[in-house]
Design a protein around this ligand. Structure first.
Ligand code: 3HC
Length: 290
């Protein structure tokens, strides 16, 4: 069956990444169905997207009408069975291999079009593991977006030994031509390009705090003013989420056994304490509740 232009997308998960992915798809005139497990999580996801769309309007990037149209293109469900007609599904749930493989196994049964693309936004789980949870690993790819998704223009495209060229081309052209993102390709190695470089840097900053080398504020100030980074590594760790940074680091350590990927005890203690960053109102910095 010849594959058609992608106009129906599914997003699994409406956390900070899933909500961002759903938003950019809706803004690109695509029909978007978002899965969340409960009504409460779906309502929180919709509110997150609406806040971001409002921000687009107040910064002049979006008209009121475009915001309304984007909101109108977004529907929510708690039944993955509703994804049967999707041409592309992007999974963006918690960075947990067991949870993600279970979702891929289910999606594989539900999504009927054999040319549909099943993509994961994982940062660190090898895509092959997700592909092998399905009966058709040829249609499984990684599409890794960056936070905040409406702002950052990159998508890492990750193909496996099993991904078909047609599927990777379809995913790339959707990201590039429909969403207007820039695409880089990465081999299927935990962390892909960006996190393989970024995560050791973030962990090094945490180790600096841990050893009393410099304060949180001074480490961030040093990298913002000395290297023109938009934010320092500890504020960025808060933005990504300490739990997510830990999960990515654990996976990268599992893959490469490199000590530089091993999460330092301070990060572990902060995650155990629930100080997981901006989304929790408390990480290396304090944040106002939304
Ligand atoms: N949604 C929509 N728009 C947003 C937004 C959001 N969540 N956050 C910021 N923006 C927009 C603002 O409206 C503003 O637009 P304008 O210039 O037209 O007014 C613009 O982005 C800049 O925002 P602000 O003025 O509020 O703040 P800053 O200039 O400080 O920028 C930032 C904020 C965009 C977050 C910037 O600091 C930044 O790019 N930081 C680095 C983020 C980064 O490195 N992300 C990658 C993390 S790694 C990752 O995601 C991968 C994963 O696997 C871990």
């Amino acid at each position: 069956m010849a594959s058609q232009k992608i106009t129906r997308v599914g997003v699994i998960g409406a956390g900070q990444m899933g909500a961002g992915i759903a938003e950019v798809c809706a803004r690109a005139s695509v029909d978007v169905l978002v899965y969340e497990s409960t009504r409460e999580l779906a309502a929180a996801g919709r509110a997150r997207i609406m806040r971001s769309l409002d921000r687009g309007v107040s910064s002049g990037k979006l008209t009121e009408r475009e915001r309304e149209q984007a909101a109108w293109r977004l529907r929510f469900t708690s039944d993955i069975g509703d994804f049967a007609d999707r041409q592309l599904v992007v999974e963006a749930v918690v960075e947990d291999e067991a949870v993600k493989t279970a979702i891929f196994a289910e999606l594989d049964k539900v999504v009927t079009d054999p040319t549909a693309v099943l993509a994961s936004n994982t940062s660190s789980i090898p895509i092959m593991k997700l592909g092998m949870a399905t009966q058709n690993a040829a249609r499984v790819v990684g599409m890794h977006f960056f936070n905040p998704v409406p702002v950052l223009p990159l998508v890492e495209l990750v193909t496996t030994l099993m991904t078909s060229p047609e599927v990777s081309e379809r995913a790339e052209s959707f990201a590039r031509d429909v969403l207007g993102k820039q695409v880089v390709r990465s081999a299927d190695r935990s962390g892909f390009v960006v996190n393989a470089l970024l995560v050791p840097y973030l962990l090094s900053a945490v180790r600096m705090v841990e050893s009393g080398f410099a304060t949180v504020e001074d480490i961030d100030k040093a990298m913002v003013l000395g290297c023109a980074h938009p934010m320092g590594p500890l504020r960025l760790t808060d933005l990504v989420g300490l739990d997510t940074v830990k999960a990515i680091a654990d996976k990268m350590y599992e893959e490469f056994k490199e000590p530089l990927y091993s999460p330092p005890p301070l990060l572990l203690r902060m995650v155990e304490a629930g100080r997981i960053g901006k989304k929790a109102g408390h990480g290396f910095y304090q944040y106002e509740a939304k």
